[in-house]
Design a protein around this ligand. Structure first.
Ligand code: FAD
Length: 474
């Protein structure tokens, strides 16, 4: 059997995984770094597949290049790109078994410790017309631009909340498209006292924000605060976009609707943590809507409830690249100390400076989460004929019919409608379906409690589609 043993397996070569691998390698343990993408960097440090046509739109990141090189030079790190981890299990003794699918990697890997740094993915929001060709997520547009140098359209309308859509809109404007940006959060909320306090000592973030603002202004972009797209019309392409002003629960205010023209619509309402490997292993979880929903419960070394399993970066709650790097560093050091059976006292001393920085950096990330996480009103935009599960073409009306016929949990809706049984295995539609199951006007104060009560899909391997050959080998 094609299978190998290492001290630490790091899944994900984004900011968190790279720092974890580097910290562990510096402590002289054997590390395997695994990532599905062809090049290291994850989302924030994403590198173009080749030199892009729109090179000016892609930020040069010298810090990232230095990090790649240090990991690359470490002799005790083996790096497998284009390799997915499609399952994880406890192995004999105190070890963990990963099933891999990639050109050069073994089919199975046994590790004494795991660092799961699997990142996040775009949060989908269902509204009438969200499946029309020409409607993208902000992450997809960023990937198109960064990896392929391709623009989504000539007149591009962004609807969402938070930094990613601003970053992508600025890049799209720099690349020459006409941009309209609707930020769902109102100006008053954004520039409130808590907002200004959160920005205290965030010089780098302020510089980034200023650069986005300048790019958008240079491109004569139209910017509105407290507005969102509520409907996209068109069959084979985007023909008309309906926008509306939102109230403080993110509900469209009747009478404010307006019609706009655009040839692409970009949805950017933040991210959901990609932590299915942690779920599969059975890590205990908490529910934190402002961090993206279900997140693994961890101690101060980033270890979850299972000994030797560490979860870091956006996979453990959406907090951005700076937090991801600090968490990765902490987990790498802690995992190495565990493998080497080093004393808790020496580990604590090594972790202390990173933990102090982490506490400061997290404060800003938590303000971002509290400010930009969509309110319940946004999830009421879908109508009976709106598709919620794209793979199996299940509409809101089908979900409501299942609930009326007695389905009391997401798994029961799945059994009755096939929602979540398609290619994405519920990764995209899971959250949308639960919102669709909610009573028509649940009180805002109990919204998230009700949301949790309806449950979510159980994770089962394989985590992504595999060839029969990979399945047989694994
Ligand atoms: C689409 C998108 C765009 C973003 N753009 C920005 C931006 O412009 N500016 C900004 O400040 N922040 C951005 N963010 C947020 C920022 O990327 C993150 O905060 C930061 O990258 C988190 O780092 P990470 O290491 O936790 O995860 P990531 O950078 O997401 O890296 C996770 C890595 O894990 C790999 N992976 C996941 N599952 C598996 C598996 N089963 N097997 C193998 N490999 C796996 C992925 O291929 C990926 O490379 C973006 C996030 C997303 C999702």
């Amino acid at each position: 059997m094609n299978h190998l043993r290492v001290d630490i397996a790091v899944v994900g070569a984004g900011p968190a995984g790279l720092q974890a691998a580097l910290a562990a390698a510096e402590a002289r343990v054997r590390v395997a770094l695994i990532d599905r993408y062809p090049r290291p960097g994850g989302q924030y440090f994403r590198q173009p597949r080749s030199e892009p046509a729109l090179a000016s739109a892609v930020a040069r990141q010298p810090k990232a290049q230095a990090l790649f090189q240090r990991v690359h030079r470490a002799e005790n790190v083996v790096y497998w790109p284009e390799t997915g981890v499609w399952a994880a299990f406890p192995s004999d003794g105190d070890e963990w078994l990963l099933a891999l699918d990639g050109p050069d990697a073994p089919a199975r890997l046994v590790a004494r410790s795991l660092v799961l740094a699997t990142g996040a993915y775009d949060r989908p929001i269902a509204f009438p017309g969200w499946t029309t060709p020409g409607v993208y997520t902000a992450g997809a547009v960023q990937t198109l631009l960064k990896s392929e140098g391709v623009l989504p359209g000539r007149r591009v309308l962004f609807t969402g909340s938070g930094p990613l859509q601003w970053a992508v809109a600025a890049a799209v404007a720099d690349a020459g498209a006409e941009v309209i940006l609707l930020e769902a959060v109102s100006r008053a909320r954004l520039f409130s006292l808590s907002g200004l306090l959160a920005l205290w000592r965030q010089g780098e973030r302020l510089r980034e924000a200023r650069a986005y603002w300048r790019s958008l202004r240079r491109g004569a972009a139209e910017i509105r605060f407290g507005w969102a797209v509520v409907e996209v019309r068109g069959e084979a392409e985007v023909e008309e976009v309906i926008i509306a002003r939102l109230d403080d629960q993110w509900r469209p205010i009747a009478g404010t609707e307006a019609s706009w023209a655009a040839d692409a619509v970009v949805i950017g309402y933040g991210f959901l943590p990609e932590n299915r490997l942690a779920q599969l292993l059975g890590c205990a979880e908490d529910f934190a809507p402002h961090l993206g929903g279900y997140i693994p419960r961890r101690d101060e070394t980033m270890q979850c409830s299972l000994p030797g399993v560490y979860v870091v970066g956006d996979a453990a709650g959406i907090r951005g690249a700076d937090v991801a790097q600090l968490e990765g560093r902490i987990a790498g050091l802690a995992a190495a100390a565990r493998v080497q059976a080093r004393s808790a006292v020496s580990l604590q001393a090594a972790l202390r400076p990173y933990q102090i920085s982490l506490a400061q950096t997290r404060r800003f990330a938590h303000w971002l989460g509290r400010t930009f996480t969509p309110g319940p009103g946004l999830y009421r935009l879908a109508r009976d004929d709106t598709t919620l599960c794209r793979c199996e073409e299940v509409r809101l009306a089908d979900v409501r019919a299942a609930v009326a016929n007695g389905a009391g949990s997401l798994d029961e809706v799945k059994a009755m409608t096939r929602a979540g049984m398609g290619y994405c295995q519920g990764r995209i539609c899971g959250e949308i379906l639960v919102h669709g199951m909610m009573r028509s006007n649940p009180p805002t104060s109990t919204y998230w409690r009700e949301f949790q009560r309806l449950g979510r899909f159980r994770v089962r391997p394989p985590l992504f589609p595999l060839t029969l050959q990979s399945l047989a080998q694994g």
